[in-house]
Design a protein. Sequence first.
Length: 195
Amino acid sequence: MNTFYPRAGADHDACGVGFVARLGGAASREVLDHALTALGRLAHRGGVDADGLSGDGAGLLLPIPKDFFRARAAEAGIELPEEFGLGHVFIEPGQAEAARECIESRAREHGLQCLWWREIPTDPSHLGPRATATLPVIQQCFFGLQDAGGDLERALFLLRKQVETQAPCGIYFCSLSSRSVCYKGLLAPQQLQQF
C-alpha cells in the first residue's frame, strides 16, 4: 500500500490554500494584492451562513512588515527594537483591560517586555449578522526581550502556550511570532480586505 497518498475518499479537509511569493523575497504591496486575489478565488472552498454574508473563516499569513509597524509605532511615540515579536490577538468584548494585564504579566515571566498595544483598524459594516454578533476586540501587541541574549521566538512560543492553557477564556492568539502575522476572521474570503 502506498503510504504517501491518502486513499480515495479518506481526505475530508475542505480548506483551500494558496501560496503567493516573489522570487528574491522582496516585500511589496503587489504581492499582497495577488494574495488577496488568490484568496477571493478560493471562495468556493468555504461555507456561507444562511444570511449569505457571514463566512466560515478566511485569512492570510504574511511576513511581518517591520518597516510598516516601525512607522506606526513612531507615530505613537514608540521605538521598536531591531527584533520584536508581534501578537495578533482576539479578545472577548469587555475583557480588553484584563486580557492585556494577563498577557503582559505572563510575558514578563518569559523574559519579554510588552512594548506597545495597537488596535487594528477594522470596518465591520461588510460583515454578516452572525460574524458581527461574535466580533471580538482585535489588537496587536509588540514584544521585545528583556535580555538581549535570549531566544525571542522561543519566548513567544512559550508565552502563547501558557496563555492558551492557563489564562481565562476570551483570549486567542491568531499569531504570536517575530517572523509572521496572521490576519483572519469569521468572514468570506472576499470580505477580508474590506474588513
